[in-house]
Design a protein around this ligand. Structure first.
Ligand code: URA
Length: 242
């Protein structure tokens, strides 16, 4: 897979991304023997020979260990590796010894539940591609009690306020009181804030949202804030063509 040179140099542990940009601009980086000075140039470490100061960096890239983690995200954390507003980040819930990981997809700041993180760009690209997406299951608490007709609309698919259409969804009622209702919602799609926007459309705001399953991965016994490594078998299963 082609990636920006500064990212590859940083991933090989040779320099920070910023310093890598300086090395490129200074003409100290070659791809297949040609000096590359343009920032933003890309190379594929599986095919191209990338040298920094005359030294091949491909071996460092190959030996870098791939890490895949399942986190039970608490509310109040941002699914991102940085935030200009300085809010708490999901990456801060993991030990620094795991190295730099990025979230695979996203959960809203105030959504809890299962989130994958990795340093494996191929894994992220595969798992987030529309054709490979596994079912994701959410538990939702809403304000008020929606009518059965409203829920049927959501099951069939609705047009969101931005004009996009949601695919059919499985929705099961779990509980209801006079003031609230709880549902289990299963989706293959992952539009931004999809569950919140679906219920908003039928006039019921989401008060609590938790992702309890990603494909075959469930949150059994995982406390909010806790994490575990995926096994090689789990990684292989998630990367299986569907
Ligand atoms: N749907 C939402 O509305 N928010 C999430 O975080 C995930 C799915």
């Amino acid at each position: 897979m082609e990636q920006r040179l500064q990212k590859l140099i940083a991933a090989a542990g040779i320099a920070s991304r910023r310093h890598a940009e300086e090395l490129i601009a200074a003409g100290r980086v070659t791809v297949n023997g040609e000096v590359v000075k343009e920032l933003g140039s890309k190379a594929d470490p599986d095919k191209d020979h990338i040298k920094v100061n005359g030294k091949l960096i491909n071996p460092q890239l190959q030996s870098r260990e791939k890490v895949h983690v399942l986190l039970n995200k608490p509310k109040g954390y941002l699914s991102s590796v940085s935030d200009p507003e300085g809010r708490p980040l999901v990456t801060e819930l993991l030990p620094p010894s795991l190295g730099k990981l990025h979230p695979v997809g996203r959960l809203d700041f105030n959504t809890e539940g299962l989130l994958l993180l990795t340093n494996d760009g191929d894994f992220t690209n595969f798992v987030t591609a529309a054709r490979n997406r596994v079912e994701k299951v959410y538990e939702v608490k809403v304000k008020g009690v929606p009518t059965e007709g409203g829920i049927q609309r959501l099951r069939r698919g609705v047009t969101l306020e931005d004009g996009t259409r949601t695919a059919p969804a499985k929705i099961k009622k779990l509980n209801e009181t006079q003031t609230n209702a709880w549902y289990e919602v299963s989706l293959h799609q992952g539009r931004n804030q999809q569950v919140r926007r679906m219920f908003e459309l039928i006039g019921h705001s989401v008060l609590k949202l938790r992702r309890v399953r990603i494909g075959f991965l469930t949150d059994e016994k995982m406390k909010p804030g806790s994490w575990r490594f995926l096994s090689p078998g789990e990684v292989a299963r998630l990367m299986k063509k569907r």
